[in-house]
Structures are given as C-alpha cells and as structure tokens.
Design a protein. Structure first.
Length: 645
C-alpha cells in the first residue's frame, strides 16, 4: 500500500497500476481524492498520503509520503480511528491559523506491513506481544490456538489483517535470530519457481551470439574481492603504456529485463543482504553467483568503462562506455593483492602480466585518493565484522581494516561511478547533502564535552579537518569520526543531482554493483538507452524515477537495518551467557541514554548503563552485565569503575 500511496503522491502512470491496486484507484477517483491528468493519476491538491506519528492525548502528526512538506497536525477528533504507524489519506484543513492541520479521510493500512510477536507467560497466562514495542498484538488467535504455543515462541504477523503468517521458532534457538530480522521486513531467501526457471533458461555466453559487443577477451582483467565473495560485480585492467583504466561491470541488464519476473523480484528486494554466515541475494543465485558473476577463465558479458587518464593530472580526459565480452584471467582476494604489494606473494608465470599493471595502478589510485581528499573526507569509522558457528552462536568480532587493496578497488569504482553520472541529467544519482546547522550544533556540543572546542572556519572542509586534527592529538580519531558521521545527512538516491558532500564530488551515481543493488541496474538501462539514442526507452526507464528513487532508498535502509539488528541479537544472546561478568568498555553516548561499547574479548557490544557516576564521552570503564532482554535484544549493565589511562 505504501508503494501505491507514494506513486500517487508523485504521479502514477495508468499503465503502471497493478491489478491489485485498481480497485483502490477507482474508488479514490470516484470520491475525487485523486484526479486524472492525461495518462497520470495523482492526489488532488487538498489531499496528502501520510504516516501517523507522535500521537499525544489531544493530537498527532502526519508525515507526508513522497513530498518534502511540513508535518500536518491532526486533532484527536479528526484522527477517525487512525493509530500510530497507520498509513492514511488526509484532507488538509484550510483557513486555520498556526500549524497546518488535516483530517484523516482514509486509513489505508499499516506503515510496517509485517511485524514479529512472541508468546509471553505472565502468571501462567499466555499472551502475544510485539517483539519491538512489547505492546499486545491484535493478532486473530483464539484461546485454543494460543494454548498450542510455548513461552518464547516467535510469530510473523501480517499487520494489515492481524493474521499469523508463520511460526518462526523459539527465542531459545540461536537460529531464530535470522528469521526474526528477516520477517520484520518480509524478506526471504527463496525465489518463486517462475523466477528460478527463468534464471535457469539462460545459456552460457557464446561470443558468436554477440557480434556487436566489443571483444575484450584478450585483455588480462582480474577481480579483487573478499575471500568469502561469490558474486563478482567488477573486474579491472590497466593499460599502463596508454594510461587507460578499464572497469568492467557485470551486465545484469542483458538478462534482467524491465517488468519481467526476475526484475519484479529484484525491485522488491532492492539490495542483497549480507549476514555474517550467508547472504540473501537480490538476484537468483543462478545469475548472481554464476552467469552474471565475472568468474575467472570464463567468457562473461560486461558493461565497460574505458577511461583515459591524463598522466600528469590523472583527470579522466576521455571515457567511453560500451557493451563487451571479457574473460577474467584471475580472481584475487584482498589478502592476495596486499601480499603482492608487500612482495610476499608467490607469483605464477601466467599472473605476471596482471602484477605488472597492479603495481603502477596502485600508484595511480593513491594519487587519485590524495586528490579526492582535497575536497572530500577520510573518515576512520570502524566497520565491525562478526563470525558465528554452524548453530549461529557468536564466535568473535573484529574491526575491519582498510588495506591498500581495498583502496585500489575503491578508487577505480569511484572513477567509473563519476563517469556514469556525467551521462545523464535525470536518472538515479547518489546524493549526500551537507549536514544541517542543528546537527552541527549538536556535534559541536558533544565535542566540547570532551575538550574539543570548535571555531567554525570559512568552509565545512576546513572545520571538519580542524576537528579531526584535534581528535588525532587525543588519539580519538575513529571515535570522533563516528560522531561526525552521525551528524551528517544520510546518503540517498535521487532523480536529480545534488552532489555528494562526503566524497566531495559534484556528480555521483552507483553504476558498479548491479548484481547486489537495483539502483545500478536502472543506471545501466538508462545509459544504454541514451547511448542508443533511444528516447522512447529513456522515457520508459525514467517514467516513475522519482518514486523509484525514494523506494530504493527505503530498501537500502531496510537492508542495513536487518544487518545491524542481526548483530544486536547475537550480542544479546552472547551477553545472556555472561550476566554478572565484567568487561572493558568505552562510553559511546551520554545524551538521553548513557551507553557504553564493550571492547574486550568481544568487541562492539552496546550496553545501556543503569547506574550513574561522573563520566564523560569516550571514557574507558569496566562494566558488569546485569540483565538481558533477549526478545528486544537489549543489554543492561552497570559501571563498576572508571579506567584511568
């Protein structure tokens, strides 16, 4: 329902109305809630689609869907039964002074279509409560049905009708953690038989079938990925003599056509999800891990950027993008390439041609990064990596370290993404806006609490550089960088360019990962249409681009949330086995709720502090785990002592 409301807010083409949506469109058209303008339907100017939030005794607020407008105030008598989190259509009330007001006309559904509840036993009486809010769930379960479950049993709930979708398992089982976080967003690993059969129907690449593609199989491409990777989106080759960088990207658009069964599923998923023990792919594995993946010693279809770099300035003086066939000659891990750079890798004779360009390419990307950081930022935020065993019990956590191999690939991909963003004016851009003044003031206050006094400079770049320099003097680089990142706007997808603040780029998009990001697949389709001078296809791709950009941004947040929530559940399960034990930790938050992050045998575990003592942000402390709420994945601890270093 949210998708329909979003598209109607921005303009819904008649041919894009789904069969299940037609009755709603007809009803709202008859009631004049929506209007038809040519081939498009949209809300009448008097109406807004919104989410109900912040319900108080006498009022609530409506957050508009798809429009950047002020929240609308709704007096309690105008809610018409709407509850927190409901999706509604509201009529604006004109002629009233003060905050813009509205009246709920239609309750269209719930903002969160699915949730997870669990069985709670209170004084021998079973009840079903939401795992996130701990409030009772209005699920349609009779007393007899409820009695079949046990304390701690978890269920997926359809919030639209209150029905139980499926039994997930019991909180005592570590494997239920994955099922919980996926069920909250109705994510699933399995593909329908139709999608699988279609994915299996494609044959292996035969170059004779693609006479119009540029044949680059003679070039010694290689891939560089994590050791656990199975889907290889990108391959690189550097022509040292002519200073030409080739970035080859899996040509997913050759196989996944618009509005087909695979495309519909990919659009629904939006992104691949990566958990510590496995991935939930955006595309069927027959494509993501085989036919589209740029595997070594295999002919593969690719969409290639050929970028000619000026030897002196490294400016991309000329670039060309085209459909090609490549034959990657080697699959390297990051560890392999770092060993090559350290002269600690046993090189096979057949690999020498690749080594001969990787070494000078490193010099090029090092210079590119140095130039990039004149305008962009180098944040040392720590990325946590988690390991679990076969039973999905937590084994260990470590902080990932960026190495020269990571940096090399990153700057190659950044070049290709920048080059792609120059090709279109309307499409899907990756934008990152400057932080708001309010967020900056909050940041300055937090920093003042640890003795970093901020005097804003002429530019944001100079101000943040000054903060980082002071943090370095206190050996708090990663901690302060984390605060800076929190103060920033979230990067998102948008149909029009607004620049990328963090990278310091005037134009930027995502082109290099179509196996795992739907945004990149759309960019490929658009650029192909532009290169073919096919205005009809271009307009077809762009038809609902604003709604699609918002939807993809929301899917990105969902995927990130799932990955974070899974880790939180693993941490809570680990902590439940260590109640009354003490660990080294660092204070991570002092505003609203006092929090610390354990930095001991296990790293990255966030705990809420329940006692009070004189403490500052980033102080080192000893904490004792007092109790754990496994259902909510909350860990509570007390500070035993402050560590003076």
């Amino acid at each position: 329902m949210r998708s329909l409301l979003l598209r109607l807010s921005l303009g819904l083409h008649k041919q894009d109305i789904l069969k299940k949506e037609q009755n709603f469109v007809n009803e709202w058209l008859q009631k004049k809630i929506i209007v038809q303008e040519g081939n498009k339907f949209r809300f009448h100017s008097k109406y807004r689609a919104a989410t109900v939030s912040n319900i108080q005794d006498n009022s609530a607020y409506l957050q508009a869907i798809g429009l950047y407008t002020r929240d609308l105030l709704v007096e309690s008598e105008n809610l018409n039964g709407a509850k927190e989190g409901d999706l509604v259509i509201a009529m604006r009330l004109m002629g009233r002074r003060g905050t813009p007001q509205a009246k709920v006309i239609v309750i269209a559904g719930r903002a969160e279509s699915y949730s997870v509840a669990y069985i709670q036993n209170s004084d021998g009486r079973l009840s079903i409560v939401d795992i996130k809010t701990q409030y009772p769930v209005g699920a349609t379960l009779s007393s007899d049905e409820l009695s079949k479950y046990h304390e701690g049993d978890c269920l997926q709930i359809n919030n639209q009708d209150g029905s139980v979708v499926k039994f997930l398992g019991n909180l005592d089982d570590p494997k239920v953690d994955e099922k919980i976080v996926l069920a909250q967003y109705n994510k699933h690993d399995e593909f329908t038989q139709e999608v699988i059969q279609l994915a299996k129907s494609f044959t292996e690449v035969d170059a004779d079938n693609y006479p119009k593609r540029k044949d680059l199989r003679h070039l010694p491409f290689c891939t560089i990925d994590p050791s656990t990777a199975k889907d290889y989106d990108d391959a690189i080759y550097f022509d040292v003599e002519n200073s030409i960088l080739y970035v080859a990207i899996a040509d997913v658009s050759e196989y996944v056509t618009p509005f087909g069964a695979i495309d519909a599923e990919a659009m629904y998923r939006g992104f691949s999800i990566y958990l510590p023990h496995r991935s939930i792919p955006m595309l069927p594995r027959q494509l993501s891990e085989t036919l589209c993946s740029l595997q070594p010693d295999t002919d593969r279809l690719a969409y290639v950027f050929e970028m000619h770099l000026d030897r002196e300035t490294l400016e991309n003086s000329y670039s060309e993008v085209y459909e090609a066939i490549i034959h990657s000659q080697r699959r390297f891990t990051y560890e392999d390439v770092d060993a090559i750079f350290e002269n600690n890798f046993k090189i096979q004779k057949s690999e020498q041609v690749i080594i001969d360009y990787l070494l000078p390419l490193r010099d090029v990307t090092d210079r590119l990064k140095q130039e990039r950081l004149r305008y962009g930022y180098d944040f040392r935020s720590k990325e946590l990596e988690m390991s679990v065993d076969e039973n999905q019990e937590l084994i260990s956590t470590t902080y990932a370290q960026e190495t020269p191999s990571h940096a090399l690939i990153e700057d190659c991909m950044l070049l290709a993404n920048k080059a792609a963003a120059k090709i279109f004016d309307i499409g899907i851009f990756r934008i990152h806006e400057q932080p708001s003044q309010m967020k900056l003031q909050n940041l300055y206050q937090e920093l003042a609490g640890i003795g970093i006094m901020i005097e804003p400079k002429e530019s944001m770049k100079e101000t943040i550089t000054s903060i980082q320099e002071q943090a370095k003097e206190r050996d708090l680089q990663s901690e302060v960088d984390t605060l800076i990142i929190r103060s920033q706007m979230r990067a998102k997808y948008a149909p029009q360019n607004a620049g990328h603040f963090g990278l310091g780029f005037e134009r930027y998009t995502h082109f290099t990962s179509p196996i795992r990001r739907y945004s990149d697949l759309i960019v490929h389709r658009l650029i192909k249409a532009i290169k073919a001078d096919d205005s009809e296809e271009s307009s077809y791709v762009l038809r609902n681009i604003e709604a699609l950009s918002i939807s993809i941004s929301e899917k990105e947040r969902e995927s990130a949330d799932i990955e974070i929530r899974y880790m939180q559940r693993k941490f809570a399960r680990w902590a439940s086995l260590h109640v009354n034990e003490t660990f080294k930790a660092k204070i991570s938050a002092t505003e609203k709720i006092l929090k610390a992050e354990i930095d001991d045998v296990i790293k990255g575990v966030e705990v809420e502090i329940t006692n009070s003592m004189p403490i500052l942000l980033f102080d080192d402390v000893i904490v004792k785990i007092e109790r754990v709420n496994l259902a909510r994945a909350k860990i509570y601890a007390t500070i035993v002592e402050k560590i003076d270093i």
